[in-house]
Design a binder for this molecule. Sequence first.
Ligand SMILES: [Zn+2]
Length: 209
Amino acid sequence: MIRPPGFEGVVFGTATWGDLRRDHQARADVSAELGLPSDWAYLNQVHGVTVSVVDGGGNHGDGDALVTSQRLVPLMVATADCVPVAIEADGAIALVHAGWRGAAAGVLPAALSVLRRKGFVPLRAAIGPSIGPCCYEVGEDVAALFPGNQATTTWGTTSVDIPGFLAGQLSGIVTWRSDACTFTELEMCSWRRDRSDERQVTVAWLPAR
Ligand SMILES: [Zn+2]
């Protein structure tokens, strides 16, 4: 697991955990290790901009961002190349799933605006492992959506830097960014690499006082 330095309740899991969306024993084990309840809040991720404000665990329907102000309610998103982003705020936590569609549609600013509207001040953000600009080959149509964040793969084709784009939406917030590329790091799930439905999870929570 990856614990970004300075964060209180953010853990980026790897494939070595198994797929915690469906492996309930593994989820219980990880929960025990982290000192958390095993009833995690999650969504049916649909690459949109819906932000769900939750008070407890379980499935909260379609959406791509979770916010809670309840302590010790673990939030989970599952990814394999898409970008998990956790935001620690004063009195709340947010967790976002952003692939290129969600990023382009504005899921991260949507989550920030929910936090701020509810009076919570974002303190720091962590951008977890995802497919990097080194490997995220896209067509010109997708590249055109990210004009300042176009890049080139290691094999010389057009790519985009989605975590870089998201970092740009976090201006004014101290941001940590993983340098792990899911496509090349074999302990991470990568849909592009394996065409598998296995996912790693990110867990974020507001700690006990
Ligand atoms: Zn890469």
